[in-house]
Design a protein. Structure first.
Length: 58
C-alpha cells in the first residue's frame, strides 16, 4: 500500500466538500451566538475548504 500524499489528501477534501460544509455551517452558526473561537475556527475551515474546491484542477 502506497503512502497518502498531500495531493491525495487535498483531492479527498475536494471530493467530500458537501459533506464537510453542512456541519461547518452549523458550527459557525452556533459559534456566532456562543463562542467566538468556535466561530473563527469553523469559518476559517469553511473558507479554506471553499477556496480549495473553487481552485480545483480539472
Amino acid at each position: 500500500m502506497r503512502p497518502i500524499t498531500l495531493a491525495d489528501k487535498l483531492q479527498m477534501i475536494r471530493d467530500r466538500y458537501y459533506l464537510l460544509v453542512g456541519p461547518l455551517v452549523l458550527l459557525l452558526a452556533f459559534g456566532l451566538g456562543n463562542s467566538p473561537v468556535l466561530a473563527w475556527t469553523a469559518g476559517s475551515i469553511l473558507v479554506a475548504a471553499t477556496v480549495l474546491k473553487v481552485t480545483q484542477r480539472r
